[in-house]
Design a protein around this ligand. Sequence first.
Ligand SMILES: O=c1[nH]cnc2cc3nc(NCc4cccs4)[nH]c3cc12
Length: 373
Amino acid sequence: MTKRFSFDLKATDGKARTGVINTPRGEVRTPAFMPVGTAATVKAMMPESVRATGADILLGNTYHLMLRPTAERIDRLGGLHKFMNWERPILTDSGGFQVMSLAGLRKLTEKGVTFKSHIDGSKHELTPERSIEIQRLLGSDIVMCFDECPALPADRERIAESMRLSMRWAERSREAFGDRPGHALFGIMQGGLEQDLREESAEALRKIGFEGYAVGGLAVGEGQEAMFGCLDYAPDFLPVDKPRYLMGVGKPDDIVGAVARGIDMMDCVLPSRSGRTGQAFTRHGVVNIKNARHADDPRPLDENCSCPACSNYSRAYLHHVFRSNEMISGMLLTWHNLHYFQEIMQGMRDAIAAGTFEAWQAEFHAQRAQGDI
Ligand SMILES: O=c1[nH]cnc2cc3nc(NCc4cccs4)[nH]c3cc12
């Protein structure tokens, strides 16, 4: 890994930015959407198909991979890129969030978290040091600090304590990461919806120094209005010359609103998870393809979409294969949703570069009918 990790800001339009993250495994065009590849696969997609949708980078989950097949086994087999046949950049999260939302019998202390596997009940421990080691064994290009995301609703004192624990863990994560040219460690800002705690968290992270900064603690049920309210100030507390990553977001209009407020990268299970359940995102709104009204509809999902599902199949066919629970159903709709999410990202990158982001946003919202179509 001789080449370095760097972020080139190309243009801004209002608070929106477009640029390129340079890594030894390839470039990531921002604003970027990362498909989620939880257990070393973007579910229902071949890696080459994920690339065909326009993705430059994937997300991998430390929690899932440490339990099965374990980070040591993936390391012995040449690392996650080789293992899952995706040679472009991979960002791995640190596992803390999944432990709190998936594992059983969790015990949280200053040291870290002990928990029981949701797969077989075996006991495990995650600490900043262990999380960073797991992400190194996986060969991750962008490593996330081990943090604690407080469950909401929580009172201000709990949010402050949790944030300060995460900042101490960020220090330990930085220490454990060591010197890995071409690789990046991102800090994660916490602080709930409290502006002063968000600023305190950002200051703590800047003092430690990271190659990128995530806004954590959002998309945990607070709703779009509260999330946007926080994003109206939180990104501005972060360094302007480093990537800003909003974790776990989101629906198309969440993504557009976040980019308009200065976010550069996002990840969400929504397009892939909902693709498997028959929910299609289109420029005119959401289509629930299992609904009986699609049974005889010869039209494509979206006339303006060039993905394989829209190019080669009718709504009637998609309806049929979902109703028959055929495997191709999840494959086609996942491909469509990921293609559409990447089309939104490309549209924003072009508009920000051209200085027409306002107009692009107006068109994006005007096209979307209310409710199902
Ligand atoms: O503060 C965080 N720290 C580390 N990982 C996260 C992941 C996150 N994912 C969501 N929302 C999407 C969700 C996925 C599953 C349940 S909510 N919010 C998130 C916040 C954090």
